[in-house]
Design a protein around this ligand. Structure first.
Ligand code: FES
Length: 213
């Protein structure tokens, strides 16, 4: 299930204080301690998933729940990090550090095996579907001529919940929305990325499925 934020243009991250004490007045959420909440145009989208703001903007709740937003991900581009699997009709790039644990890739013998069997049109179709269903963009699939097969995704941000396990998953950022670091640099713009909102990922700002452990 995904809850959508309307019309996002940019996803801004922030360095939340690491494990603050509840009741620490220095870290009190702005909406609780300060009635002059910044205007919408200056506000950032919630990165921890705990905001009570109906429009999904940060209300300072990360300071109460102890969300650690320190960014640790490589700044290297996706293609430079990817391991390749090659088959007769398809090739697939894989960056395991980006796995958000959605498990679409493990169906039907696994997407890697299906790519290796992609001389068979059924296997190629399944491999493409499974790779394109990956919300995190860990897996991307290519035709033999090098053409990338990406799903058409409208620019939007959703909240992922794993219905099978009941776990609250990452923010799902779709359709090429730029993600800006707390330091102001923009990460590689991609069609699909998932951003950690539990604070436990070792690859922040991206989810690495630690929310499920
Ligand atoms: S939301 Fe997946 S690791 Fe934090």
């Amino acid at each position: 299930m995904a809850l959508d934020f309307p019309n996002p243009t940019k996803c801004l991250l922030f360095h939340a204080p690491s494990r603050p004490m509840v009741g620490d007045s220095g870290n009190a959420p702005p909406s609780m301690s300060n009635p002059s909440t910044p205007p919408t145009s200056a506000r950032k989208k919630c990165g921890c998933g705990n905001t009570k703001d109906p429009q999904g903007f940060c209300d300072g709740s990360h300071a109460i729940v102890g969300f650690d937003g320190k960014e640790t991900a490589s700044r290297q581009k996706y293609a430079g990090q990817a391991e390749m699997t090659k088959g007769p009709a398809l090739a697939m790039a894989d960056v395991p550090e980006l796995c958000a644990g959605a498990r679409f890739c493990s169906a039907k013998d696994g997407t890697w095996t299906l790519v290796e069997q992609s001389g068979n049109s059924k296997a190629a179709k399944l491999a493409t579907e499974q790779a394109c269903n990956c919300p995190s963009g860990r897996l991307t699939v290519y035709k033999k001529d090098g053409k990338e097969l990406e799903p058409a995704l409208w620019p939007s941000i959703g909240i992922v919940k794993d219905e099978a396990t009941g776990d609250n998953g990452p923010l799902w950022v779709r359709g090429g929305i730029p993600v800006q670091s707390g330091g102001g640099e923009t990460y590689e713009v991609r069609n699909r990325v998932t951003l950690c909102r539990c604070g436990r990922s070792a690859n922040k700002p991206f989810c690495d499925a630690k929310h499920a452990e």
